[in-house]
Design a protein. Structure first.
Length: 62
């Protein structure tokens, strides 16, 4: 009985990992595109995090 349960847990974990990886595969380009669009239209968001968009180097906010 205990062995059956561990197999079930393993399969559930594998399924969850598979779903997460598929979601990440589809969602990452979407977020990248929106992030780039936001960066082009609104640099204030990047300045809030202390990111210098000109040279791409993160610098501390003065």
């Amino acid at each position: 009985m205990a062995k059956k349960q561990t197999n079930l847990v393993k399969s559930i974990i594998l399924i969850v990992l598979g779903v997460v990886s598929i979601l990440a595969f589809f969602v990452t380009p979407f977020f990248k595109a929106t992030g780039e669009a936001m960066g082009q239209t609104n640099t204030a968001n990047f300045n809030m995090f202390g990111v210098n968009k000109e040279d791409g180097v993160t610098s501390k906010i003065k």
